[in-house]
Design a protein around this ligand. Structure first.
Ligand SMILES: Nc1nc2c(c(=O)[nH]1)N(C=O)[C@@H](CNc1ccc(C(=O)N[C@@H](CCC(=O)O)C(=O)O)cc1)CN2
Ligand SMILES: Nc1ncnc2c1ncn2[C@@H]1O[C@H](COP(=O)(O)OP(=O)(O)OP(=O)(O)O)[C@@H](O)[C@H]1O
Length: 185
């Protein structure tokens, strides 16, 4: 089986697991994310507007808005890095590609810290997303310019021993779950 096929099989399995975790989520899972973000005040942050069973980062993003710029991803073209548009809790949204909501208006921002959604992670910084390669391309692009912190945000049951890796995979620096903050060695 190719690495791409291995990823695909793992993705299907782990998204099902995530669906189960989401149902048991009472809505107070972003506390540790808030604590970590409090240590990066003034740094431009990219969050995300959750879809499907993604863990909800909005409480932490709403707090971070008081201390610096917070953006959310916008797909401008297939096979291109994501762009990030400034987000505010009260701002108007419209549907974008893949059922993801995006701000109707707002400045483009260049994040130095990204909260990254995922299907599965390992404790060495390996990450599996929806398979578009969007975050890999985005992190590669941003990291050519400056140090960029990628923080995976996920349910603890999304952890696996080893994500099958390809050349283009960009590592996470940290993973935050509802239970712990994992610093990648
Ligand atoms: N909240 C959020 N925003 C995001 C992303 C993300 O993963 N999460 N993206 C990160 O790239 C981009 C959107 N990319 C996406 C690419 C593919 C699918 C997708 O295939 N969704 C299917 C589920 C596929 C499956 O079950 O295997 C679906 O919605 O049904 C979703 C988003 C930009 N914004
Ligand atoms: N920097 C890059 N340049 C070109 N292709 C890339 C790059 N990064 C990833 N890709 C391609 O994107 C495809 C999907 O990658 P992968 O399965 O790792 O996506 P993912 O990490 O699950 O998705 P996402 O990053 O959107 O959440 C792969 O075929 C990979 O080769």
């Amino acid at each position: 089986m190719s690495v791409a096929d291995e990823k695909s099989a793992l993705r299907t399995q782990m998204l099902q697991r995530r669906d189960v975790a989401k149902q048991a989520d009472a809505g107070a899972s972003a506390g540790l994310l808030s604590e970590v973000l409090a240590g990066y005040r003034g740094v431009p942050v990219a969050g995300y507007l959750p879809i499907n069973s993604e863990i909800n980062p909005l409480p932490a993003m709403s707090e971070a808005v008081a201390h610096g710029r917070v953006g959310v991803p916008v797909i401008t073209a297939r096979d291109h890095p994501l762009q990030f548009r400034a987000w505010h809790p009260d701002g108007a949204l419209m549907p974008g590609p893949f059922k993801v909501m995006v701000p109707v208006k707002g400045d483009w921002i260049e994040p130095e810290l990204l909260i990254v959604p995922l299907a599965a992670f390992d404790r060495k910084g390996g990450r599996l997303g929806y398979g578009g390669g969007f975050y890999d391309r985005t992190l590669q692009n941003l990291r050519t310019k400056r140090a960029t912190l990628a923080i995976g945000f996920a349910y603890s049951i999304q952890q696996v021993d080893q994500i099958p890796l390809e050349q283009t995979d960009q590592p996470l620096d940290m993973i935050i779950t509802e239970k712990e903050v994992i610093t990648v060695p």
